[in-house]
Ligand binder design. Structure first.
Ligand code: COA
Length: 206
């Protein structure tokens, strides 16, 4: 690796990133940093869920072929390596079932946005909420971020529930923030700070 790809912002360093290459959530769920080796499996899961996922995440419509997708994976991996984002995939009983990410990591103001999605067949088991509670813990404790944000369409009931379940507070609503299904939709913005997390939701050390 050259010097350029090793220059991490202060909040993130190579050691922390490598720790996340495999992050055990519990006996069934683990996270892996998104890598080129995940391309085909991830493409298949996205393709299977494409209609549902692109409704809430319009970028999914650009996932058209494995070749094109590999370029996207490479770009996301490069953003993870540079500390701009952290893209991970969720494994449930060794099956790739979804993804969680930190995007727009701002190491000066110590904040980032959280994103997530799950294969339809694995929803309603708490997989994303359990995974995110560890991912948030990691973001505050290891990456030393101070604030995390979730933005989701007001129409996206399950995503709003995830934010609320994890203790994020509704901070406002962006009017007509994104075009979803061809129509401008309002987006809720949820936030949580490290002190809110410490006080109520922090994973207790064993
Ligand atoms: C958003 C999304 C990830 C939520 O999926 P989900 O399965 O509802 O979320 P979780 O995995 O956290 O599961 C929570 C559900 O499982 C239930 N559950 C069962 N066992 C549970 C457990 N041990 N712990 C927590 N929840 C549990 C919860 O009651 C909850 O159901 P409810 O919403 O009916 O109350 C999913 O709908 C999705 O991928 N949507 C498309 C992409 C998307 O919208 N992404 C977000 C963009 S902002």
């Amino acid at each position: 690796m050259d010097k350029k790809t090793l220059s991490y912002p202060t909040a993130i360093n190579a050691k922390e990133l490598i720790k996340l290459f495999t992050y055990k959530v519990d006996n069934e769920i683990h996270l892996e940093l998104l890598q080129v080796s995940h391309t085909i499996e991830l493409f298949e899961v996205i393709n299977k869920n494409k209609i549902n996922l692109q409704k809430w995440m319009p970028w999914i419509s650009s996932v058209e072929s494995v070749d094109k997708f590999q370029k996207i994976v490479n770009r996301l991996l490069s953003r993870s390596i540079k500390g701009l984002d952290i893209h991970t995939v969720i494994f449930y009983k060794q099956e790739l079932v979804g993804a969680v990410c930190l995007t727009e990591i701002d190491s000066v103001n110590k904040k980032a946005d959280i994103g997530y999605w799950l294969d339809k067949s694995y929803r309603k088991r708490g997989i994303v909420s359990k995974t995110l509670s560890h991912f948030i813990h990691y973001s505050f404790e290891s990456l030393k971020l101070n604030r995390l944000t979730i933005k989701c369409s007001t129409q996206n009931v399950d995503s709003n529930k995830v934010a609320q379940r994890l203790g994020f507070k509704l901070e406002g609503c962006f009017k007509e923030w994104e075009i979803v299904d061809g129509k401008p939709q309002d987006f809720n913005i949820y936030g949580i700070t490290t002190s809110d997390w410490e006080n109520s939701y922090r994973i207790k050390e064993a």
